[in-house]
Ligand binder design. Structure first.
Ligand code: MN
Length: 309
């Protein structure tokens, strides 16, 4: 029997990651010529839950480790963020919008990496190029990838192309974007069923920077105060996580997605020393980072500059 083929995003899936793997699965026969099952590397977040409920799409199963499945990776190509057990032999394809993270393959594979605002936009382009008709639910899924990942075009990661794609897709979806964004961001900010351990790990990524291991968690919200009032507990949890995962540096940012600023948590002396050189001075363990909303474009590059790539 042939190996099962799955599409999967990064660990701690955000909405673009989760929906992109679902989109690959929905169009797999037409794009790749075979069936692909969407699976999640971890539990989905409240924003993703909201949209799957709205569209009555079944929640994909969680898969923590690859056995012998063939894999289409979406929304990452960073070895540290990819499902455990993946070998060069299992890797079939990558569709992503991040920097090259050092993944290798033993044979030529399909790769599509572009500097656009979200992986959903790349999937749209693949569908367009292949003349594949996009149904209403899929149009909404891609629109959500765009709005969620670009923070409604407020993130420096968003491009003119994402804007154009959203406009095209809304001819199919026909939704009131302004109202829709409010609902989506309310779901993104919802702390329902979310404990401190989830706040710091739901959108958490590990990076290798030079000889250092750096963990960076993000919580995007319309109401930073709901998270910041739990500062002491969060700092304690971050310190424990840093120790457990043997990280050299551990950062966490609460991103205000309405005012477009961040509260960067500085948990210890190492972080303080590094952050002072890169982002500025902190007060009471928090560094107010004006205008910073993107881990990918505004947190990671200056850290790599300092620590090495
Ligand atoms: Mn993404």
């Amino acid at each position: 029997m042939k190996n099962k083929i799955i599409s999967i995003g990064h660990k701690n899936p955000d909405t673009d990651s989760a929906l992109s793997s679902i989109l690959v699965s929905r169009f797999s026969k037409k794009i790749f010529g075979y069936e692909i099952e969407a699976v999640m590397a971890d539990e989905i977040n409240n924003e993703t839950k909201f949209i799957l409920n709205l569209l009555k799409i079944k929640k994909p199963r969680v898969l923590k480790k690859i056995k012998n499945e063939k894999v289409v990776i979406v929304d990452t190509n960073e070895p540290k963020q990819i499902i455990d057990g993946l070998t060069e032999d299992n890797l079939l394809a990558i569709v992503d919008h991040h920097n090259l993270g050092g993944l290798k393959s033993s044979k030529p594979i399909y790769t599509r990496i572009e500097a656009v605002g979200c992986t959903g936009s790349i999937i749209y382009k693949i569908l367009q190029e292949a003349n594949i008709k996009i149904d209403k639910a899929s149009a909404i899924l891609i629109i959500v990838c765009i709005l969620s990942d670009t923070l409604n075009f407020n993130s420096p990661t968003s491009t003119a192309e994402d804007k154009k794609i959203l406009k095209e897709l809304n001819k199919i979806a026909n939704i009131d974007i302004k109202k829709f964004v409010n609902d989506l961001f309310a779901a993104k900010s919802s702390l329902q069923g979310i404990f401190v351990k989830d706040i710091i790990s739901k959108d958490y990524k590990q990076f290798e920077m030079g000889k250092y291991k750096v963990g960076i968690g993000v919580w995007e919200t319309t109401n930073p105060e709901t998270v910041n009032i739990q500062k002491n507990k969060i700092i304690k949890a971050l310190s424990e996580k840093k120790k457990k995962e043997k990280m050299d540096y551990m950062f966490f940012a609460v991103v205000d997605i309405l005012k477009n600023n961040s509260y960067l948590y500085i948990i210890g002396d190492e972080e303080e020393k590094l952050a002072k050189n890169v982002f500025g001075v902190s007060k009471d363990n928090i560094l107010f980072a004006k205008g910073i909303v993107s881990r990918k474009k505004q947190l990671v590059p200056p850290l790599i500059n300092k620590l090495g790539g």
